[in-house]
Design a binder for this molecule. Structure first.
Ligand SMILES: *Cc1c(COP(=O)(O)O)cnc(C)c1O
Length: 442
């Protein structure tokens, strides 16, 4: 166990920082990725897609190979590659056939694309509160919000562990709702013996540069449902030019997108998928080391992994008991940053407080789709809607972006040492906060 360095002044007050040199961004590309990309470039065929009926409608050889590999890896019937997970979310909401004005319940603790994917189809996002322990959507809150127009729930596996899919599946089954899974932050995490993301009707993962594995920009959808898979593939590639059915149900939401992944990205994504398991394992080792090094610090709560889950630790989510500490979070964050701790996520966003929702400005300035005949009830967004999410955001959440710490036990040991040094001198922080007239947490 690292010694509390109480004799050394905090870096915030001019002492030497615990971590002298900032960690470089982790190296994510290897020679195998380079070789795969180079082969595509040499072939001269950088995309195999054509947006018209025929063999090329489903993409080139590397896109298809990546999809087959992903379907096998995640244990699903269908994997559908797209050019970003934002595109994947838009395709998923369209594929389940929502109508303008339909409501979809989701969480405020996610990246904006989860909710804007709903608005792209003129659907109405309804925000449920989150669970205080896992930061995932709270099933009890979901059930309270179900109304006549509710069509689906989008669960988000925030920070890397699955939402409570057992409870959410049960709710969705009882109310006839579709369940979508935004698992951008949890590829490779497990729910009992299944991969996170595969318990939803449609789930999927991001392959952007910041995620566990990446190809620059990209995403992949997973589903066991043949009809959903077909509709996803259509929406991905200019369905309007391909669907010749005259049945409105087949034509619905077949509207003009190009969400196609290129061959270079697909070739890299294939190589990267082979690296997912070791990367997740490395993050889990880092998290175990942080757990061991931090769990005895007073006023600091280490992440809880729900029963049946494994955690992929996109973010290591801590909570501060600011009343017990007597120091506001921002001061703790500044002290840690001064010690050289990087990748601190000082609070997480609350989508229901974003200006576009608070002011209901999406299409033009007239409030569409909320202020339209399609929307049958007044939906309120603003403070007070999600009290747990708001309190965690405002005062107590403190996340560590583990991507920064994929540097092995020594780097993690330094992070632990920095925390222990700060915790060893909390009285200095308290005095300083008082001196500066910073509000003392009640
Ligand atoms: C990264 C992320 C997205 C968006 O993925 P992109 O591939 O960047 O479009 C959506 N939702 C969550 C929770 C994410 O973390």
């Amino acid at each position: 166990m690292t010694q509390d360095r109480t004799s050394v002044p905090l870096a915030l007050f001019g002492g030497p920082p615990t971590i002298e040199r900032p960690l470089p961004p982790p190296a994510t590309m290897g020679e195998d990725d380079v070789a795969a990309a180079s082969e595509v470039i040499r072939s001269g065929v950088l995309s195999g897609y054509i947006g018209a009926p025929g063999d090329a409608f489903m993409g080139g050889p590397r896109v298809r190979a990546f999809e087959a590999q992903a379907a096998e890896y995640f244990g699903v019937r269908h994997a559908i590659a797209v050019n970003s997970w934002t595109s994947g979310l838009v395709a998923a909401v369209g594929a389940i056939g929502i109508e303008p004005g339909d409501e979809i319940i989701t969480t405020p603790w996610t990246m904006a694309a989860t909710a804007t994917a709903i608005v792209h189809w003129c659907g109405i996002p309804v925000f449920a509160d989150i669970d205080r322990e896992t930061f995932n959507i709270d099933p009890a809150s979901v059930e309270r919000l179900i109304g006549r127009r509710t069509r689906a729930v989008i669960a988000v596996d925030i920070f890397g562990q699955s939402a409570d899919m057992t409870a959410l599946r049960d709710i969705c089954r009882r109310h006839g709702l579709k369940l979508l899974g935004d698992c951008a932050q949890a590829p490779g995490a497990k729910v009992f013996d299944r991969m996170a993301g595969t318990l939803a009707d449609i789930g999927g993962y991001s392959l952007n540069y910041h995620k566990h594995i990446h190809c620059g920009e990209g995403g992949v959808l997973v589903t066991d449902d043949d009809r959903h898979a077909r509709r996803l593939a259509l929406i991905r590639n200019h369905a309007e030019a391909v669907v010749h059915s005259e049945r409105p149900a087949d034509l619905a939401n077949m509207l003009g997108f190009n969400f196609r992944m290129g061959e270079i990205e697909a070739a890299i994504a294939s190589v990267q998928l082979g690296k997912l398991a070791p990367r997740v394992a490395a993050r889990q080792r880092a998290a175990a080391q942080l757990d061991a090094g931090l769990s005895d610090l007073p006023g600091l709560k280490t992440p809880r992994v729900a029963v049946g889950n494994t955690h992929a630790y996109y973010i290591y989510g801590l909570q501060l008991d600011v009343a017990a500490l007597g120091v506001p979070r921002e001061r703790v964050v500044r002290a840690l940053q001064a010690e050289g701790v990087s990748g601190i996520v000082g609070s997480y966003q609350n989508l229901h407080l974003l200006p576009m929702f608070r002011h209901k400005v999406a299409y033009g300035t007239g409030g569409f789709p909320w202020a339209s005949p399609y929307c049958e009830r007044t939906i309120h967004y603003g403070p007070g809607l999600c009290p747990v999410a708001e309190e965690l955001h405002a005062r107590t959440f403190l996340g560590l972006a583990l991507g920064q710490f994929a540097h092995g036990p020594e780097a993690i040991g330094q992070v632990v040492a920095a925390f222990r040094k700060v915790w060893g001198q909390l009285d200095r922080l308290r005095a300083e906060a008082r001196h500066r007239g910073e509000p003392c947490p009640a």
